[in-house]
Design a protein around this ligand. Structure first.
Ligand SMILES: [Zn+2]
Length: 281
């Protein structure tokens, strides 16, 4: 009678769906479709308790996970992009920016600052994918440069958490220049013998992968994160070939030596803290 029980369960679930799952209390996992209690998800660093799918995090959520309570201080909060090209695609860049600012409550997509991670002082830069796909524009580049300069001045290690669709096309060449600018800044950290840990979350692509995200002394990825220069959709459109499944996921990149370690988000703070202790010795 297993089939009958299954049918009963399906019917029950459908009825429950019709009644509606109140917004903000329950949600459905994008990966395994299980229904999760939101509070449980929050306690679990936003990792599905059933299948370990890592839900995307905003910059503020990363701050909560990584830093000891109340220690994080944000810098350059009000730095916002100019529109040097007066760029218009389906929408004016200015309008697109404003919409992203209203949605996230931030002036741009990268949060920088310093705080204590298990008692270690660190400088951090975190990409917010919710802000124009975490795209790298002139403000993000400048904020990363300033973060590096501050890390050198204070002699703190640097951590960058990436989640990005790549360079911000609305800023054209200005955006591409940030790849060189940030890479040169990271090289300076090396000259000062300060560690840089790069965390690649889902997705990290384009100019971000092709610059600072791949330049960590240690490059760490979240499980199953898409990490690529060009995403599968664009490759398939361009060369009309199917990208083998999983070819651009963290597990495959670890096997091929592109990243050093895959770390479950629930273990991230502990792992980074251990690495910082190692670098201090
Ligand atoms: Zn799940």
């Amino acid at each position: 009678m297993a089939w009958f029980k299954n049918l009963q369960n399906t019917l029950k679930l459908n009825t429950e769906k019709k009644k509606g799952i109140p917004d903000g209390v329950w949600l459905k996992c994008k990966s395994c479709s299980e229904i999760i209690y939101r509070k449980e998800l929050l306690k679990n660093s936003q990792v599905c308790p059933h299948c370990s799918y890592h839900f995307p995090l905003s910059a503020d959520e990363w701050v909560d996970i990584m830093f000891d309570e109340g220690t994080f201080k944000e810098w350059d909060k009000h730095l916002q992009a100019a529109d040097p090209l007066k760029f218009v695609d389906s929408e004016k860049y200015k309008d697109r920016l404003k919409r992203a600012q209203t949605k996230t409550g931030r002036a741009d997509g990268v949060v920088t600052g310093s705080g204590q991670l298990n008692g270690h002082s660190v400088v951090i830069a975190i990409f917010d994918f919710g802000f124009m796909g975490g795209s790298l524009g002139s403000v993000s580049g400048e904020k990363i440069l300033r973060a590096v300069e501050m890390a050198i001045e204070k002699r703190f290690p640097l951590i960058i958490i990436s989640a990005s669709g790549g360079a911000r096309m609305q800023e054209g060449m200005f955006s591409l220049m940030q790849m060189a600018k940030t890479s040169a800044a990271i090289a300076k950290l090396g000259e000062h013998r300060l560690p840089y840990i790069s965390i690649l979350s889902n997705p990290t692509t384009g100019g971000v992968t092709a610059s600072f995200a791949s330049l960590g002394d240690i490059n760490i990825a979240e499980p199953k994160a898409l990490i690529a220069l060009t995403g599968p959709r664009v490759i398939e459109k361009t060369i009309r070939e199917t990208v083998p499944e999983g070819a651009q996921c963290a597990e495959s990149l670890l096997k091929n030596g592109f990243i050093d370690k895959i770390v479950d988000r629930r273990e991230m703070k502990k792992t980074i803290s251990k690495l910082l202790e190692f670098f201090q010795e």
